[in-house]
Design a protein around this ligand. Sequence first.
Ligand SMILES: [Zn+2]
Length: 64
Amino acid sequence: MIAMHRKCPSCQRYAQWEDNPWRPFCSERCKLADLGAWSAESYRIPEEPGEGSGEEWSEVGELL
Ligand SMILES: [Zn+2]
């Protein structure tokens, strides 16, 4: 029998697939780490220049 192993997307190590509650990750730590990175990425709000920053930029341009 060949044991089924998959590469952990988080740490890139081969982890047991069967009877692994954290698959496709090798461990709970890797699963949480990946979920944390994913949510941090998706919840990142793109910075939009407000009126204040726009004023600052134009002032700098004029001074230079
Ligand atoms: Zn891992």
